[in-house]
Design a protein around this ligand. Structure first.
Ligand SMILES: N[C@@H](CCC(=O)N[C@@H](CS)C(=O)NCC(=O)O)C(=O)O
Length: 177
């Protein structure tokens, strides 16, 4: 990349981790700007005009909202077309969709509630945990997504892991070339 990308992100974001791994794989130069885990995010809110997801990337005055667009930009800038989600085969696209939709929620709801609470209390403290839970509950409110719970969530994760195991048994990459 000529001009390095600024990534607005936070450690625990799996979507941001996907992008951080792409930086590592391509040896791209990038700059990190850590955001709070929930709005308000004074560092990024003025740039995104209401888009509230993480990660967000910035190159000069250009802002990239959504990890698919960010991945495409990294693929273009580093001449690594295999990283462009538009270039993956149908089976890999299906796997990505499972990982980013069902498994994204299942990874949280498969954790026993008390353990999840303990983890959040350690990470955010009591007030932060209340604020975080309220924020995320608000995100789901009124939406059509109903996260899987308990055994159902675990089954989704197990099935994803099984698919990954099967693929990696015969090829060095989960997808791409
Ligand atoms: N389609 C988006 C989804 C990103 C997403 O849902 N990110 C989570 C964090 S991993 C998020 O923004 N959660 C709410 C928040 O942080 O405000 C993408 O691919 O970038």
């Amino acid at each position: 990349m000529n001009e390095s990308m600024i990534l607005h992100h936070y450690d625990a974001s799996p979507y941001a981790e996907k992008i951080r791994l792409m930086f590592g794989l391509t040896h791209a130069r990038w700059q990190s700007l850590i955001s709070p885990v929930q709005p308000p995010r004074p560092n990024v809110d003025p740039l995104t005009g209401g888009y509230r997801r993480i990660p967000v990337a910035q190159i000069g005055a250009d802002i990239f909202c959504d990890s698919t667009l960010i991945a495409r930009e990294i693929a273009r800038a580093t001449d690594c077309p295999a990283l462009d989600p538009a270039n993956v085969d149908a089976a890999t696209a299906e796997l990505m969709s499972r990982a980013e939709k069902q498994a994204f929620f299942a990874a949280i709801t498969a954790i026993p509630p008390l353990r999840l609470l303990g983890t959040m209390l350690l990470a955010f403290g009591p007030v932060g945990t209340y604020q975080f839970a309220k924020d995320r509950a608000g995100l789901l409110k009124g939406g059509t997504v109903r996260p899987p719970k308990g055994a159902q969530a675990q089954a989704i994760l197990d099935s994803l892991m099984e698919t990954l195991e099967t693929r990696l048994a015969t090829q060095p990459w989960v997808g791409g070339w």
